[in-house]
Design a protein around this ligand. Structure first.
Ligand code: ANZ
Ligand code: ZN
Length: 820
């Protein structure tokens, strides 16, 4: 063994060894005792950032630990390879998105290998490969046949600079998140997946995910947004249909003073036909953005349609307005307005001087000032005819049944969740496998013609997608009538690929089916690890897709991820480490300077995985110093020759020898718990560090002492190996083993070593701490008292005084009471 710790040599040697032994390649047909550990795959942006390194180190530590516990661990890695940045890079550097992506993958793969992650590289996936997206296209066609995929014209946020549709979250202050250009609204035909059919399942099954963080489940619940209300109809003069509204507060029905509809509502369109002011108002509404968070704060604007609705109970006639805060996509696209009890309705009524009628009163008789704000609490009904004096809760039921009996309304459950728009007008994505024929309409690509391959060798002319101007791509014949037809040139939202990759890893090499029976051997994923930024969309889409796979008979489980860990952010000087803030630390430089093990150790030691991690150069130095200390300890020990492991006879050991063994075995207990249950890898490392300190002090070169040191060093090496696998791989050999560390089991606890035969007791004199003694655990009271009085410092305080009383708390404390 070399005296100096040389991380470069050691890490390379370990990596070559694992590679040659194929240590991490699993037999995918394994059925029992499996553990599927998955970290969210990266977008191949160019190089790894510290957030990736943290994410993947956590996953690797869990994987390696589970392996030592006897599990067959599957830990795959791949690339979420489609997406906008590749196109931006193409425009900027004049390199095809495919080439840019493949180059980035190659570089980042090298980095991941340098970090020593225990991946089964034989199952690597890149979502931009036809053998992957072929099955996504195939599944889409199955969904289309079931009516779960459909096309409709939808209003979208259009970014005029990036020439793409933006999701609502990508619109910030009415501008595109990347381009900063004012967003326009456009109506274009788009493909949707009917996720709303699964809203109830997606909500209810959250209950089964007891190993998910509550915060994530709450975010999912809010996003799905279930509400219980009543849908009711108003009769409108001169309008062919009844006007339906959705309310969660039917108890306020008698306080309705107007009705408001969305600008896109049929009634608004009819009103605009011969009223240019209304037409202009509607047009202006369309130009403003959709972002929902802004709905609450934006200025409320409206216009009177001149139409009037008849109140379903009182028969009173109320005006119908068009209001910009009513969403066409939610509920019925129209609301019954109760300005006394809804804040938005109140603001609108103030602005346009519409009447405000209070019908709900506080249960405790406190007064309400409706000139300041709406009273939005529930309470007691007044001014509500036969419903007066009911509580809100009672009135909900009473009014709902009244409307139902009159056939004017019914109870309705609504979800905020919208169907998932999967069309993107960009190039670098999986082609949507549909053909449009003038005669036959939309026709799916026949399955034997899949995949529809995205041409990779393309030239960008401007921002527009190259395949939209490439007849060789889009010109085709109709599978039904053989006439000329046009392929869909939109591509899938990249959330499509990341919604099922976890399953495809298990069927990576199957070119005949999307999934096979191996999927059920591994799914659900035992441990999924990733950033909290994916708490809503990615996880919701993956959960939805899993249910689609289940209903297609491809898996039997309900949910894709059993246990979820969302790792905290990496901070530098208190701010999130990010390119835009210019405060990044490049992992590559650190790997080169200190080695992968130092980086891994620092990351796992600096914070528990779910908390944010403050970057510290000193911390990195500290991790590096610790590894050198560990190295030196083993070096010094083995310089005297290796000690073959032998039975240790506990009864022959000195107190000091027993103490160090007890420390070792206590550490094994504690680290096991930290790694298995608590996931507090930082404290697991801390107790190993303490053990290293104790071993430096121990320095017992007797035969027994060397035997104990050998045992402790082996324990340390095993326990630290999930965190710092390379150095431990070497140390294991240095300690005299011919078998590889990677095949070792987690160390066993020797119960005998845990037994304590002496306990430490504090000694007080008149309640003040004056000394400590160690006594036999079985010592009787008299022996303990004598030992206490005999303690040097205690003796000084007691000397010459009368001892009144001695109080003994067994195993803990002795208090000597003396006359002052
Ligand atoms: C009358 C009312 C009175 C309301 C009151 C609230 C309080 P959640 O809980 O999120 O489902 N609403 C219904 N459809 C809407 C749309 N398309 N655009 C904007 N707002 C709409 O919200 C349901 C409530 O949001 C409904 O209950 C309705 O206002 C409004 F004291 O009806 B409420
Ligand atoms: Zn046709």
């Amino acid at each position: 063994m070399q005296e100096q710790y040389d991380h470069k040599l050691i890490e390379l040697a370990a990596q070559i060894f694992w590679d040659q032994q194929q240590s991490f390649v699993v037999d995918i047909t394994t059925k029992e005792n499996t553990f599927y550990c998955l970290s969210m795959f990266p977008y191949p942006s160019g190089r790894l950032h510290m957030g990736h390194v943290r994410n993947y180190t956590i996953g690797d530590v869990i994987s390696r630990y589970q392996r030592m516990r006897g599990k067959t661990v599957f830990q795959p890695m791949g690339w979420d390879a489609f997406g906008l940045p590749a196109e931006n890079a193409a425009l900027k550097n004049n390199v095809a998105p495919a080439q840019w992506t493949y180059e980035n993958m190659a570089y980042m793969r090298t980095q991941l290998k340098q970090l020593g992650f225990a991946y089964d590289w034989s199952r690597e996936i890149a979502t931009c490969r036809p053998e992957y997206y072929k099955w996504e296209q195939w599944m889409f066609i199955q969904l289309y046949k079931k009516g779960l995929a459909y096309k409709k014209t939808a209003t979208v946020n259009w970014d005029p600079v990036d020439q793409t549709v933006l999701a609502n979250e990508q619109v910030i202050d009415g501008k595109g998140w990347r381009s900063g250009a004012p967003v326009e609204r456009r109506e274009i035909p788009q493909w949707f997946l009917r996720i709303t059919d699964y809203a109830e399942d997606l909500l209810n099954d959250l209950e089964t995910l007891d190993e998910w963080p509550d915060a994530v489940k709450t975010m999912q619940r809010n996003w799905i947004g279930r509400s219980e209300g009543v849908e009711l109809q108003f009769v409108v003069n001169d309008f062919a249909e009844l006007l339906t509204v959705y309310t969660t507060r039917p108890d306020t029905l008698m306080g309705v003073t107007y009705v408001a509809v969305a600008a896109e509502h049929a009634l608004a369109k009819q009103a605009a036909l011969n009223n240019s002011a209304i037409a202009t108002f509607i047009k202006n509404c369309k130009q403003t953005k959709l972002a929902e968070a802004e709905m609450a704060t934006m200025q409320k604007l409206g216009i009177d349609t001149g139409y009037r609705a008849t109140h379903p109970i009182t028969g009173a006639s109320v005006p119908i307005w068009i209001a910009n805060f009513v969403l066409i996509e939610y509920g019925a696209g129209a609301v019954m307005s109760v300005p006394a009890h809804d804040q938005r309705d109140w603001e609108f009524a103030q602005q346009y001087q519409l009447p405000i009628q209070q019908v709900i009163y506080p249960l405790d008789d406190s007064s309400v000032d409706l000139t300041k704000a709406a009273y939005t609490e529930k309470g007691l009904l007044k001014n509500s005819g036969e419903f007066s004096d009911l509580t809100s809760q009672q009135a909900f039921k009473a009014i709902a049944s009244y409307l139902q009996a009159q056939q004017k309304g019914q109870i309705k459950i609504n979800y905020r969740l919208r169907d998932w728009g999967v069309s993107r007008q960009r190039y670098w994505g999986a082609p949507i496998p549909m053909i449009h024929c003038q005669q036959c309409g939309d026709v799916p690509v026949p399955e034997n013609q899949l995949p529809v391959i995205l041409p990779e060798d393309v030239q960008f002319e401007g921002v527009a997608s190259p395949i939209k101007i490439m007849p060789s791509f889009y010109e085709t014949t109709c599978p039904l009538c053989n006439g000329p037809a046009k392929r869909e040139t939109d591509t899938f939202d990249t959330f499509m690929e990341s919604s099922w990759y976890y399953a495809r890893y298990t069927a990576r090499n199957n070119n005949d089916a999307m999934l096979d029976k191996n999927a059920d051997h591994w799914l659900p994923v035992d441990q999924y690890i990733g950033g909290i930024e994916h708490a809503i969309l990615h996880l919701l889409y993956a959960r939805f897709y899993h249910k689609l796979l289940r209903d297609a008979g491809l898996v039997t489980s309900k949910e894709p991820f059993k246990r979820l860990l969302t790792q905290g952010m990496v901070l530098k000087d208190g701010a999130k480490m990010s390119k835009s803030k210019g405060n990044t630390v490049d992992p590559q430089a650190l790997i080169e300077k200190y080695g992968a093990d130092t980086v891994r150790l620092f990351i796992m030691f600096a914070a528990p995985p779910e908390q944010s991690l403050e970057w510290s150069d000193d911390g990195v130095e500290g991790a590096s110093r610790f590894l050198k200390r560990l190295w030196r300890l083993v070096y010094d020990h083995t310089q005297r020759g290796v000690v073959p492991r032998a039975m240790i006879n506990q009864s022959e050991l000195s107190d000091e020898q027993k103490a160090i063994r007890r420390k070792l075995h206590n550490t094994i207990v504690k680290v096991g718990d930290d790694m298995q249950r608590r996931y507090t890898f930082n404290t697991a490392i801390a107790v190993n560090m303490e053990l290293v300190n104790d071993l430096y002090k121990f320095n017992d070169v007797s035969v027994q002492g060397r035997l104990i040191t050998q045992e402790a060093l082996e324990g340390l090496t095993l326990m630290l190996s999930p965190m710092v696998p390379h150095i431990c791989h070497q140390l294991w050999q240095t300690l005299g083993h011919t078998t590889a560390l990677i095949d070792q089991a987690w160390p066993l606890v020797d119960e005998a070593a845990l037994q304590q035969d002496r306990v430490d007791i504090v000694v007080q004199v008149n309640g003040k701490l004056r000394g400590r003694i160690a006594v036999d655990v079985h010592a009787d009271q008299a022996t303990v008292e004598a030992a206490a009085l005999n303690e040097e410092n205690v003796r000084r305080f007691v000397e010459g005084k009368a001892v009144r009383k001695i109080i003994v708390v067994p195993g803990k404390l002795v208090n000597v009471v003396i006359a002052e």
